[in-house]
Design a protein around this ligand. Structure first.
Ligand code: GCU
Length: 337
C-alpha cells in the first residue's frame, strides 16, 4: 500500500475543508467524504462503493458520496480525528485504534474474546452489546454506525515459523497502536512494535520488524506475503473494523434521510461480509501459489492460556464493562451448543 506523505495528506484535508458543496445542474449537493486504509479491491472498499451507489440512488439530488481508499486521507488515527472535527463525514477505523478514544472499545480488542466466528458475528450483530460501545464517543464528536468483519488475526513472520509462544521470543512484531495489543504481545514474549498499517510493508522489507499479525488479506492486498513466508493460525483476536460518522452530520439529517442512511449502513455490513469469505479464500490461494507462503496450524491453547488473564484484568479495571462482557459470554455459550 502506498502511503501519502503527511504534508500532502494535510494539504489535501485543507482542500477538502474548503469544498463541501459540489455544483450541479439542479443546484448544489453536499459532498460526503468517507476515508479508509484498504486497497480498492478490498471488501471494505467494495462495501463503501455499494453505500455510495445506494445513497446517490436514493438521495442523489442532495448528496454526492466520495470514497477515499488507501490512506489517501492519512492514517486511521488521522482519519478518526478528521471525522471527529467534521473535516470528513465518515471513516473506517480498526476497533484497536478506537480504544484510545474510548476505553469501552477495549473490550473487543481482548485476545480470545469470541469462541468462534459465529459467536463473534452474533455478538457484533446484537445491539445490546454494541449499542453502548458505539455511542460511547458521542461527546468526542463521532459515533459508530456499523461494524465491518476483519476476520481473525494471526502471526506471520519473514522467516520464523511460529509453532508455539516460545517461537515469538525476541522477535519484533508489529502491532496496532493500542495498549491492549502491546500488552498481549509482551505477554506472549515478543517485542511489541506499534506502528500504523501503511508503514508495515517497508518495516518488514527493511527488517526493522521480524513479523506482524493480521488477517490473510494483509498478505495479498497489502503485499506482506511477498516478504513474510510463514503465517500461523494461533487465532488470537477477532477485531472488527468500525464505520464511524461525525455526530454533527448525522444529527443534521432529516428523519427521512436518516432512515436512508441507516439502510446504507446495513448495506455496508452485509456487502462486506458477503465479500469477506470470498476474499479470504482468494488470498489464501494467492499466498500459497504465488507468494510461497506456508500456512501453519499450531496448537492454540498455549497462546490462549497466556492471554486469558487479560480478561479479568480488564474487568477489574473497568467494572462497568462487565454486563457487556457477560453478554458476549452468553453468545459464546449459545454458539458452543
Ligand atoms: C486490518 C484492519 C484494518 C487495520 C489493519 C491494521 O487490515 O482491517 O482496519 O488498520 O488490520 O493492522 O492496522
Amino acid at each position: 500500500m502506498k502511503k501519502i506523505p503527511r504534508a500532502l495528506a494535510a494539504a489535501l484535508c485543507v482542500l477538502l475543508l474548503a469544498a463541501t458543496l459540489s455544483g450541479c445542474a439542479g443546484g448544489e449537493k453536499r459532498i460526503i467524504r468517507i476515508g479508509h486504509n484498504q486497497a480498492t479491491d478490498h471488501p471494505t472498499n467494495l462495501a463503501l462503493l455499494a453505500f455510495e451507489a445506494y445513497i446517490e440512488e436514493e438521495l442523489g439530488d442532495r448528496y454526492d458520496v466520495e470514497v477515499y481508499p488507501s490512506e489517501l486521507l492519512g492514517s486511521q488515527t488521522d482519519m478518526v480525528q478528521l471525522t471527529q472535527t467534521g473535516a470528513i463525514d465518515f471513516c473506517v477505523a480498526s476497533n484497536s485504534i478506537l480504544e484510545t478514544f474510548s476505553k469501552d472499545y477495549t473490550l473487543f480488542n481482548l485476545p480470545y474474546l469470541f469462541v468462534s466466528s459465529e459467536a463473534y458475528h452474533q455478538a457484533m450483530d446484537d445491539p445490546e452489546i454494541t449499542g453502548p460501545i458505539f455511542e460511547s464517543t458521542k461527546q468526542a464528536g463521532f459515533q459508530a454506525v456499523t461494524w465491518i468483519d476483519a476476520g481473525t488475526r494471526n502471526f506471520y513472520t519473514v522467516d520464523t515459523p511460529i509453532e508455539s509462544p516460545a517461537d515469538l521470543r525476541g522477535l519484533k512484531i508489529r502491532v496496532q497502536q493500542s495498549p491492549t495489543n502491546v500488552t498481549m504481545m509482551s505477554l506472549l514474549g515478543g517485542s511489541a512494535t506499534p506502528m500504523g498499517f501503511g508503514e508495515v510493508y517497508t518495516a518488514l522489507q527493511s527488517k526493522v520488524i521480524d513479523g506482524a499479525e493480521n488477517n490473510e488479506l494483509a498478505l495479498t492486498s497489502n503485499g506482506h506475503g511477498d516478504v513474510c513466508k510463514f503465517y500461523s493460525y494461533d487465532m488470537h483476536q477477532m477485531i472488527p473494523d468500525i464505520l464511524i460518522g461525525n455526530c454533527g452530520f448525522l444529527e443534521g439529517l432529516s428523519p427521512e434521510e436518516r432512515a436512508v442512511f441507516e439502510e446504507g449502513f446495513r448495506l455496508v455490513n452485509a456487502v462486506e461480509r458477503r465479500e469477506w469469505g470470498k476474499a479470504v479464500e482468494a488470498a489464501r490461494d494467492r499466498a500459497v501459489n504465488q507468494q510461497g507462503v506456508t500456512f501453519l496450524y499450531p496448537e492454540v491453547q498455549p497462546f490462549q492460556d497466556i492471554c486469558t488473564p487479560m480478561h479479568q484484568d480488564l474487568l477489574e479495571k473497568y467494572p462497568d464493562l462487565a454486563p457487556i462482557y457477560e453478554g458476549i459470554q452468553d453468545w459464546n455459550a449459545a454458539c458452543a451448543e
